[in-house]
Structures are given as structure tokens and as C-alpha cells.
Write a protein that binds this ligand. Structure first.
Ligand SMILES: Nc1ncnc2c1ncn2[C@@H]1O[C@H](COP(=O)(O)OP(=O)(O)OP(=O)(O)O)[C@@H](O)[C@H]1O
Ligand SMILES: [Mg+2]
Length: 347
């Protein structure tokens, strides 16, 4: 897909609404006016609000997580990106183009080349080999056989399944089948990956491995990824940024640090209360005013807590926190203990 402007977001949703039901337009007007919430919309109009006024943009190369409980609207949002469903209101732009403005040929190209999808349960063709499964999208696109084979082998190699191409799906474990699904999405070398709970059905250890491998792959391939999960830990691990959804709305969007340290709503605060803040706290957040010894070590404001603790283990009373020439304050054992005690107190 050609780009119309440079430097724009890879994916952008603006004021997206999706309301299911015959009286969606009436429900939309009432919901926009703040007259009905999800429950009242169902009562009054028999309509389900799937997504309510969601706006976000995903930068090129970013992993953007959408996190929320079951039914909060995550899958409904992702389905708009390649126009599997159409919005009741609002806009979706992919690489600068309005997906609602695409003609059928452009839409086919968007789905086949620009975007790759991975789901929770990847349905593989049982009678095709792994390699044929991975190459299937390319076959539909009429890519010549030799090129298909090369692309499939490359993709299988990338997901750690080099050498498995001639086997059949029922010879593979669930985790391996998910890798095949990822390889299939990668085979067409799309710019964007849409991943809807790709690892949710896997055992924790296998899920952890696949998360690590996907992060490594992502650093390498730098594909823009919209990653959906209902698991906060997974979102915190995978996302450069996270949007937290509730009842179709996005409650807060931010980096994992911002979400944990500065929740903007009670809902987000309750959600993240199970997570320790300690991994996300840096020197500037805990520095206090006061003098330091002339030979005190000096660190920057972003220095993480574990580094500060390591430094204080030696014969150091205080560490000076400086941003260039500006003093931010100091951190000593008391600041560390306060921080730990606050973190324990919120859980
Ligand atoms: N085709 C549909 N018709 C009617 N309601 C729908 C339809 N698809 C989704 N919904 C409703 O929209 C809301 C959001 O559903 P969605 O599938 O997006 O949630 P989700 O966050 O992906 O949940 P899960 O974690 O269970 O996959 C739910 O209330 C759901 O019942
Ligand atoms: Mg879903």
C-alpha cells in the first residue's frame, strides 16, 4: 500500500464506535449524548455497545497492547483495522489511508499484504503440510511456487520451526501450531501484525517462551503490532504502550510505567494494584531534597531502582540525582525503604 504522507501513525482509530443491533443509530445518538451506558443501551434499544468512542494511534514499529476483560471490546476494535467489520461511527486509518475509502482491490491488498493476522486458535488445514499451510496466503496471491517455498521456509525458520515444514498440523503441539500461525502471518512480509490473544490458550511456560521469542523477532523485524490480551502481565511485558479498555471505552493509554505509576481512573488503579511498582520506579520519582557528600555518586533521573539499591550496598549514604546540571535531589536507604513500604501498602 502506498503512503500518502510520511511520519504518520501506522494505525489510527479516531472516535471509533461500534454498536451492534438494528437500532444502532438511535443508540449511538443517545450514547454520544451520555444518556445511555452499555447496560441502558441494551435495555432501551436492544443494542450492544461493542466499542465506545475509542481513539488511539499506533506508531510505526511499535507494539501497542489493548488490554481488557472479556467483552470489553478488544476484538471488536481489532476487526475494524482490516475492515472485517465497519464502524457505526468514527474513522480507521492504516498507513495514512481511510480503510472505509478503499475499493475492493485495495481492501484485498490491505488484508493480503499490508496486514498479517494471528488469532488465539489458528485454524490450520489438516491435510496440508506445515509449509503449505504457511504458504497458503501466498498461493492465493498467485506467488510462484519456488518463491512461496522460500518465503514459507524463511518464516518457519523465524519462529523456530525450521525443519518442520513437511509435517502435518496434528503432529505439532498447541504451542507449535501457534508458531505456525505466526509464520503464516509473517510469510507475506506484512508491515502490520494484528494479534488477538495469540498466546492466551497456551500453558504459562510455553506462553512465556513465545512472548520472549516474539519480542526478539519484533526487535529484529520492527513490525507495527496491535496486540490484544486480557492478561495485564502480558500487556506490561509486550507493550511499548498499553490501552486499557472497559465496557467498550479506553480508560487510559500509556507506557507500562505510566499505567502502573500514574493510573488515571479508579478502574485502572484497581487493575494495576496487583502489580509491583518497584520494577517501574526510577530515581526522579523517589528523590527527596537534601545535601549529599561532595564525593557522592551522581546518576541521572531515569536510573532504575535496582541500580540505586546496588549502589547503596557499598559505603554510600546518598546518591545525588542530577539531570544535566540540575539537581533533582538525593536517594538514600530511607527513600528506598519508603518506596518498598508504599508498594507493599497498595497491595
Ligand atoms: N457480532 C456481534 N453481535 C452482537 N454483539 C457483539 C458482536 N460481537 C461482539 N459483540 C459484543 O460486543 C462486546 C465486545 O465484544 P468483543 O468480542 O470485542 O470483546 P473482547 O474484549 O474481545 O472479549 P474476549 O476477551 O472475550 O475476547 C461484547 O459485549 C460482545 O457481546
Ligand atoms: Mg476477543
Amino acid at each position: 500500500m502506498t503512503r500518502e504522507t510520511d511520519g504518520q501513525s501506522a494505525i489510527e482509530c479516531r472516535n471509533l464506535w461500534k454498536i451492534f443491533g438494528d437500532r444502532a443509530q438511535e443508540a449511538l445518538i443517545a450514547a454520544k449524548a451520555g444518556e445511555v451506558d452499555k447496560e441502558a443501551a441494551l435495555d432501551r434499544f436492544g443494542c450492544v455497545i461493542g466499542v465506545a468512542d475509542a481513539s488511539f494511534s499506533v506508531a510505526e514499529g511499535e507494539i501497542f497492547c489493548i488490554m481488557g476483560l472479556s467483552g470489553s471490546g478488544k476484538s471488536t476494535i481489532i476487526r475494524h483495522v482490516n475492515r472485517l467489520i465497519e464502524p457505526t461511527d468514527g474513522q480507521v486509518h492504516v498507513e495514512g489511508r481511510d480503510v472505509m475509502g478503499l475499493n475492493p482491490k485495495e481492501l484485498r491488498e490491505l488484508r493480503a499484504r499490508t496486514i498479517g493476522m494471528v488469532f488465539q486458535h489458528m485454524a490450520l488445514w489438516p491435510h496440508k503440510t506445515i509449509s503449505e499451510n504457511v504458504a497458503f496466503g501466498l498461493e492465493v496471491q498467485k506467488v510462484p511456487k519456488a518463491a512461496r517455498k522460500t518465503a514459507a521456509d524463511d518464516a518457519l525458520q523465524r519462529v523456530g520451526l525450521g525443519g518442520w515444514g513437511d509435517r502435518y498440523p496434528d503432529q505439532l503441539s498447541g504451542g507449535m501450531q501457534q508458531r505456525v500461525g505466526l509464520a503464516r502471518a509473517l510469510a507475506a512480509d506484512p508491515d502490520i501484525l494484528l494479534m488477538d490473544e495469540p498466546f492466551s490458550a497456551l500453558d504459562p511456560l510455553i506462553r512465556n517462551d513465545l512472548q520472549d521469542e516474539f519480542l526478539a523477532l519484533s526487535r529484529d523485524l520492527k513490525k507495527t503490532t496491535l496486540f490484544i490480551t486480557h492478561d495485564l502481565d502480558e500487556a506490561m511485558k509486550m507493550g511499548n504502550r498499553i490501552a486499557i479498555m472497559k465496557d467498550g471505552k479506553i480508560d487510559q493509554t500509556g507506557t507500562p510505567e505510566a499505567i502502573v505509576l500514574r493510573p488515571e481512573t479508579d478502574y485502572v488503579a484497581r487493575f494495576v494494584s496487583s502489580i509491583s511498582t518497584l520494577k517501574y520506579i526510577s530515581a526522579s520519582e523517589i528523590a527527596t531534597a537534601g545535601d549529599v557528600a561532595a564525593d557522592a555518586p551522581v546518576v541521572g533521573p531515569d536510573t532504575p531502582l535496582p541500580t540505586l539499591i546496588e549502589m547503596l550496598k557499598g559505603d554510600v549514604a546518598y546518591i545525588a540525582i542530577r539531570d544535566g546540571n540540575t539537581s533533582i535531589g538525593r536517594v538514600g536507604s530511607a527513600e528506598i525503604l519508603d518506596t518498598v513500604s508504599r508498594d507493599l501498602g497498595r497491595r
